[in-house]
Design a protein around this ligand. Structure first.
Ligand SMILES: [Zn+2]
Length: 345
């Protein structure tokens, strides 16, 4: 009930704020830098929508609507170009927009790249380099995929396999369709509290490899990455090697490997080192922040907001967009206005 009230209040605040947007976006003093964050780009009827988090998905139609609308007010640019122009003292556009995608989903190639290419809009995709070309994506998505398959096919062997690998969780054998999403997210929460990321990852990859035959790949492969890089329109940054959250639970040696090796892998595969780094989940210890600054030109966090010309190249703010926060022109304008004013995020 509290959540319903909160989301209704938020929607109402965005609707009010939307009326201010054209004024703010056209008249507020620049230069400002707006960095948009997306994750997966999926058609409305895609099966992954059943188990993927709402905040992770946008349709290609909504993505195109966002870019057309923002393009009325902003100049699209790569982030390293904006930083280079700022450092050189070149006059920057009053409002610049940088488009980013986190994680390196295969659907970015299939559904986002055609939109970006058609509109000639530059974008950066942050890759978890060790997962590029791997059969399985990140463990929360793999878990959703496995549980939905088990419940839809009444596959008890799959549930038993999960229980054998991760015995501290109670694995429901059957769940009514309407409750399935909620149960998946509840199990994800329990797993995060009880086990280490890398242990859940290994266990679920093991079960998925044994139980699921030739599932379509969820993440990009290097051939797709290269095809997009060759256009010069799409650049690639690092999102660690294994999408590890860079928090105090991670050993410094593992943390080093996640930050340094991912840059080396991108440099080796694409011929140029990545400019930017994106912190998974926005987590960053002081050690991680220092290490990233040594290796990368810029970094982005999950902190919501718009950057001014005074912003440092590391720890830049972004605005997360998805079907839930940007399904209509008014919803998007409201979201941007709140980010401008630093409220309601
Ligand atoms: Zn991520």
């Amino acid at each position: 009930m509290v959540n319903i009230l909160r989301s209704t209040t938020k929607a109402a605040a965005y609707a009010c704020a939307a009326t201010l947007a054209p004024l703010l976006l056209r008249l507020s003093p620049g230069p400002r830098l707006l960095i948009l964050t997306y994750h997966r780009v999926l058609p409305p009827n895609h099966p992954a929508r059943e188990y993927e988090e709402q905040g992770m998905m946008v349709s290609a139609q909504n993505l195109e609507m966002h870019l057309r609308l923002v393009g009325r007010y902003a100049t699209f640019m790569h982030l390293d170009d904006w930083l280079a122009q700022k450092d050189a003292g070149v006059t920057l556009p009053r409002l610049t927009c940088v488009v980013t995608f986190d994680d390196g989903w295969a659907d970015n190639y299939e559904y986002a790249f055609p939109v970006l290419h058609h509109m000639q809009i530059p974008a950066t995709i942050f890759l978890a380099t060790a997962r590029i070309g791997a059969a399985q994506g990140f463990w929360p998505t793999t878990l959703g995929r496995l549980l939905f398959a088990a419940w839809q096919q009444q596959n008890q062997a799959l549930i038993i396999a999960l229980a054998q690998q991760l015995p501290l969780i109670r694995w429901p054998q059957s769940v009514p369709t309407s409750a399935r999403r909620a149960v998946v997210f509840n199990v994800i929460d329990q797993l995060k509290k009880i086990y280490l990321d890398q242990d859940v990852d290994a266990a679920l990859t093991h079960v998925a490899t044994a139980q699921m035959h030739n599932p379509p790949p969820e993440l990009l492969d290097w051939a797709q990455v290269r095809r997009m890089a060759d256009t010069g329109l799409i650049k690639f940054g690092s999102h660690t090697r294994n999408h590890r959250r860079l928090n105090a639970r991670l050993e410094p040696a593992v943390l080093d490997d996640e930050i340094v090796q991912s840059a080396m892998e991108i440099a080796e595969k694409l011929g140029t080192p990545p400019g930017g780094f994106c912190y998974p989940n926005g987590d960053a210890t002081n050690y991680a922040l220092e290490k990233v600054q040594q290796i990368y030109r810029y970094s982005v966090l999950n902190t919501q907001g718009i950057n001014t010309k005074c912003a440092q190249a590391h720890g830049l703010k972004r605005i997360g967009l998805h079907d839930g926060s940007g399904a209509t022109v008014n919803a998007l304008l409201g979201r941007l206005t709140c980010a401008y004013l630093g409220v309601g995020n």
